[in-house]
Design a binder for this molecule. Structure first.
Ligand SMILES: NC(=O)c1ccc[n+]([C@@H]2O[C@H](COP(=O)([O-])OP(=O)(O)OC[C@H]3O[C@@H](n4cnc5c(N)ncnc54)[C@H](OP(=O)(O)O)[C@@H]3O)[C@@H](O)[C@H]2O)c1
Length: 247
């Protein structure tokens, strides 16, 4: 589909990758860009219309779908990362928040906007996933579970909405240079690069974006994950929990 002339809605548009998505949509000539955020006053990008939206609030999601009934491109970007393990986290709060936002929030948005996109002639959904949709890392284990669930959701929604002509794009990336990845000094891709790749893919009708070398490498290794993906992670984790520095 063409970005130029489309009507887009971006969740989590106030900062980070959501801001980069909004800016790129305006740059590519979208007719209207709704910038959805928990605090709409924080959406200040020129050309972006602020909309109040917490994707964990079902009533609010329904209201926004009714209010923004002209949307043809839905960008499910909002997400949370709580850096929580499965077995040593003090409770399930982080795991629940990640699942409630990343999985159930995105599911709510897809359900609410499916008829809106059908009315627009199909349109497109972009779901912002992660390289951790593909494998588990104890440093962000419960986040990975929520992103794996969101990946499964994305593949299912694509199958379910094929009949109405909706393009459903899965976006995977390793670290992106936003507040979410501020804790690490590992290599990061820019949010602008992710946004450009994503809208190139939407315009080309592609269903998947592997936005950086890390996600391309991990996806290529998936069929041999217990030989190629997990052993180095295990080594790193064992060193971390035993307090032994790695060289
Ligand atoms: N940064 C990375 O390394 C990286 C890598 C791969 C994938 N991702 C994914 O990329 C997406 C964007 O992340 P980011 O890097 O831009 O992170 P970020 O800087 O932490 O921004 C997260 C955005 O999501 C919003 N949000 C969180 N919970 C929400 C809710 N319940 N309802 C509505 N908005 C909510 C935040 O709003 P508030 O300002 O109100 O908190 C903020 O706008 C996420 O889905 C993330 O999982 C990030």
């Amino acid at each position: 589909m063409n970005i130029s002339g489309s009507v887009a809605l971006v969740t989590g548009a106030n900062r980070g990758l959501g801001l980069a998505f909004s800016r790129e949509l305006v740059r590519r000539g979208a007719a209207k860009v709704y910038g959805a955020a928990r605090n709409p006053a924080a959406v200040t990008e020129p050309g972006v219309l602020p909309v109040a939206l917490d994707i964990t609030d079902g009533d609010q999601v329904e209201r926004v779908a009714a209010q923004c009934a002209d949307v043809s491109l839905l960008v499910n970007n909002a997400g949370v990362l709580r850096y929580s393990t499965f077995t040593s986290a003090p409770d399930l709060d982080a795991a629940r928040q990640e699942m409630e936002t990343n999985y159930f929030g995105t599911l709510r948005m897809c359900r609410a906007f499916a008829p809106v996109l059908a009315a627009a002639g199909g349109g497109a959904i972009v779901n912002m996933l992660s390289v951790t949709s593909f494998f588990t890392n104890p440093f962000d284990a419960s986040y990975g579970a929520s992103k794996a669930a969101e990946w499964s959701l994305t593949n299912g929604v694509r199958l379910e909405l094929h009949h109405q002509g909706t393009l459903v794009v899965a976006v995977h990336a390793g670290f992106i240079d936003t507040e979410m990845a501020a804790l690490t000094d590992a290599p990061k891709i820019s949010p602008e690069s992710v946004a450009a790749q994503v809208f190139d893919a939407v315009e080309a009708g592609q269903v998947e974006v592997l936005a950086d070398e890390r996600s391309r490498d991990i996806k290529a290794k998936l069929s041999r994950d217990h030989e190629l993906i997990y052993p180095p992670i295990q080594e790193f984790w064992d060193a971390a929990v035993s307090g032994t520095p790695r060289d």
